[in-house]
Design a protein around this ligand. Structure first.
Ligand code: HEC
Ligand code: HEC
Ligand code: HEC
Length: 368
């Protein structure tokens, strides 16, 4: 119970800080923009629409803080990534944008003297250069050695985008829910083959390029991929990407005698519940996610679950869906599910990571 409260607290703090950051960013930049723009007619209003061409394929960035804070002062995607005409026109999606920044280049590019000029003789804008230095340093201390809701770990080498925004393709929050005291995550999928897993049903489960790919059988039939090991209380983080429409899921306590609850992965027309809902065979939905905007249809998504003493708490991409208590087996296998696809459609789903951390009494980590 105590562990659970802590999780909630961290989570709430995370959201609060992200929101606060967004405000600070916007205010600060807006202030700076006033002086800059007085003499700079280049920042015309036409630029404010300048990101639309990129949002077509990167819709999640429309509301992302790094993007919006800069757009408020008329700095569009092009300014950081170049016009990227070929990238936009490449139907095969093989051409990269003109300018890309690896982790090691982020601080340098942000610390450009005309943007976030560092003080002293420093070559990067440091925490001590922040307007509210105490706040920035307190934030650093609070998160040091832990993973933030944007999926980035804070270390002495952290870069701007570790603390600011969710400006990444797969905003996978790998280790949400947070547990500061233990980092004993076990990867259930080894990235190479299906060791430790058992297939059933007619869907095909293959491994390609570090992903588990589930595709329906010839008439759209579904199937399961179950761990051989059983789990009782645990944290789980599953990262996936789907076609639309899709009807898939994640079993939490699956037994031969009783299927147990299943987190749903759902997308398509005329839905009344969305990804992150919890379904109990024979009972129906016991937790309903009504928010359609949490799923990233272009990129990877992470479902995180805390299963403890019959209580299930679910997050999608770091946003809490809710918690539910449901009767069912006290332990069982973890499984990936592909539902029979309506009309025999060929909806596929790819899983990139299945991470588990057992809670409570130390048990042998039977990952395989
Ligand atoms: C026609 C669709 C499309 C448009 C328009 C588009 N992108 Fe992309 N972009 C993609 C796809 C697809 C990827 C790769 C996604 C993946 O690998 O998950 C991508 C990846 C990227 C990446 C990361 C590349 C990498 O290798 O890490 C950047 C940066 C990027 N886009 C910037 C932009 C900018 C800036 C614009 C607007 C000028 C833009 N994109 C417009 C489809 C598009
Ligand atoms: C360890 C986390 C962390 C890192 C790394 C970090 N920041 Fe910040 N930053 C913060 C926090 C926290 C605030 C909010 C301070 C406040 O509430 O006033 C902030 C605020 C800002 C602001 C608003 C005004 C100001 O100067 O305080 C800007 C601009 C900014 N950061 C830019 C950057 C840039 C550029 C980098 C990379 C060179 C960077 N930050 C790296 C945590 C960080
Ligand atoms: C202020 C500069 C800036 C602006 C404005 C900006 N980006 Fe970026 N972008 C970056 C940096 C820096 C990175 C590398 C971030 C990192 O790895 O931490 C990046 C990374 C990316 C990535 C790759 C992330 C990944 O997971 O590999 C995509 C996609 C992207 N940007 C798209 C866009 C689009 C689309 C826009 C406009 C809607 C945009 N960016 C606006 C600076 C910017």
């Amino acid at each position: 119970m105590r562990a659970h409260n802590r999780t909630t607290l961290h989570f709430v703090c995370g959201i609060f800080i992200v929101a606060a950051l967004a405000c600070v960013f916007a205010v600060c930049f807006a202030g700076q923009a006033k002086t800059d723009n007085a003499t700079d007619a280049k920042a015309s209003t036409e630029k404010l629409d300048g990101n639309n061409k990129c949002y077509v394929c990167h819709p999640s960035l429309r509301t992302e803080e790094l993007t919006t804070a800069h757009l408020d002062i008329a700095i569009t995607c092009d300014e950081c990534h170049g016009p990227s005409i070929e990238h936009m026109q490449d139907e095969m999606l093989m051409t990269e944008p003109d300018l890309l920044f690896g982790r090691t280049e982020v601080n340098k590019m942000c610390s450009n003297p005309t943007c976030h000029a560092p003080g002293g003789n420093r070559d990067a804008y440091g925490l001590q250069d922040h307007k509210d230095r105490a706040k920035a340093e307190a934030f650093y201390k609070q998160w040091l050695s832990r993973t933030r809701p944007n999926g980035r770990a804070i270390t002495p080498d952290s870069v701007c985008t570790d603390c600011h925004g969710t400006h990444n393709l797969d905003k996978a929050t790998k280790t949400q829910p947070e547990d500061a005291e233990s980092a004993d995550w076990v990867q259930l999928f080894n990235g190479q083959d299906l060791t430790g897993w058992q297939k059933s049903g007619s869907a095909s489960w293959t491994v390609d390029n570090g992903r588990i790919i589930a595709a329906p059988g010839s008439e759209g039939q579904g199937g399961e991929l179950m761990t051989k090991a059983e789990y009782q209380d645990y944290l789980l983080a599953v990262t996936f990407r789907t076609d639309q429409p899709i009807h898939a899921g994640i079993w939490l306590h699956n037994c031969e005698s009783q299927p147990g609850p299943r987190i749903e992965i759902l997308d398509g027309a005329e839905l009344t519940a969305f990804t992150g809902s919890v379904f109990m065979p024979g009972k129906g939905r016991v937790l309903v996610n009504l928010r359609d905007d949490l799923l990233d249809r272009q990129g990877y998504n992470t479902i995180s679950v805390r299963v403890e003493g019959g209580r299930i708490q679910v997050w999608l991409n770091g946003e809490e869906i809710g918690a539910v208590r449901t009767p069912g087996p006290a332990k069982g296998r973890i499984g990936l599910h592909l539902e029979k696809q309506q009309g025999g459609g060929a909806g596929q789903i790819q899983f990139r990571e299945v991470l588990v951390q057992r809670l409570g009494q130390p048990q042998k980590n039977a990952a395989n």
